[in-house]
Design a binder for this molecule. Structure first.
Ligand SMILES: NC(=O)c1ccc[n+]([C@@H]2O[C@H](COP(=O)([O-])OP(=O)(O)OC[C@H]3O[C@@H](n4cnc5c(N)ncnc54)[C@H](OP(=O)(O)O)[C@@H]3O)[C@@H](O)[C@H]2O)c1
Length: 240
């Protein structure tokens, strides 16, 4: 077991499931402490039980500024922040459903922007932030205009914050389709169609695992010369 995170604390908004929980597990395995959050108290307590004594947590809704304040205020210094917590819907361009069209920005972009804002006072000058985008930003499929734009905006935010928050490092991870509870909670037919569709248009011919994305996130946190980049953990999706 390496000690990459020895004496370090990592805060994860959206760390109670999927990619965020896999990152939390890596941090604990590598000697660090994690503070995880999500909206559901049940998911939070299950995650804390799984992570063991090196983990603390609190419920948080990252789309609510007061909730973010409550999440970060009791924490001592943070070495790294990861912000995968998001719950959005997607609508095609031309839809009149304003809430759905704006949902990716309201539920994925702004929550990460404000999570960094609320964490900043606690974030070590030698620390880092990893933002979460997604493959639709670099390679949109039809019918996801505002979601694609949201992911590109997150990558742009990562580059801008790498300048504004230096010497802290800021990077973004952009996964392809990943087999996670997010997909497992959807109807089987839709999930299988999405997985097969992704496999057909990525160079590796399969969806990814949460552990594979977690490894990319841990690399971005641990490598002291990475800043302002987007790392595509996507099985070659953006190349095809
Ligand atoms: N899986 C993929 O194929 C894929 C591909 C590209 C990008 N991504 C991105 O990866 C991120 C995580 O995906 P995942 O597959 O790991 O999903 P997941 O297993 O559903 O995990 C999402 C985590 O975020 C939390 N969360 C959701 N909304 C939140 C909110 N408003 N405030 C705080 N926490 C919130 C969830 O807990 P609660 O529900 O209890 O709040 C959970 O801990 C998302 O941003 C997604 O866009 C995923």
């Amino acid at each position: 077991m390496s000690n990459t995170f020895s004496q370090q604390r990592v805060a994860i908004v959206g760390g109670t499931s999927g990619i965020g929980l896999a990152v939390a597990q890596r941090v604990v395995q590598q000697g660090g402490q994690v503070h995880v959050g999500g909206r559901s108290p049940q998911r939070l307590s299950a995650a804390l039980e799984q992570l063991g004594p090196a983990a603390t947590g609190a419920t948080v809704d990252s789309s609510d500024a007061d909730s973010l304040t409550r999440f970060f205020s009791p924490l001592p210094a943070i070495d790294h922040l990861f912000t995968p917590g998001a719950s959005y819907s997607v609508a095609p361009f031309g839809s009149e459903d304003v809430a759905q069209v704006e949902s990716p920005f309201r539920q994925k972009f702004w929550p990460q922007y404000w999570a960094v804002h609320h964490a900043l006072a606690k974030l070590s000058p030698s620390g880092s932030v990893v933002l979460m985008s997604g493959g639709a930003g670099a390679r949109p499929l039809p019918g996801v205009a505002s979601y694609a734009a949201c992911n590109s905006a997150i990558e742009g935010l990562g580059r801008a914050l790498a300048i504004d928050l230096a010497p802290r490092r800021v990077n973004t991870v952009s996964p392809g389709t990943i087999d996670s509870p997010l997909w497992r909670g959807r109807p089987a037919a839709a999930r299988e169609a999405a997985y097969a569709g992704f496999a057909a248009i990525s160079t590796l011919g399969r969806v990814g695992t949460v552990e594979e994305v977690a490894d990319a996130v841990v690399f971005l946190m641990g490598n002291g010369f990475m800043s302002g980049t987007t790392l595509f953990a996507d099985g070659g999706y953006t190349l095809r």
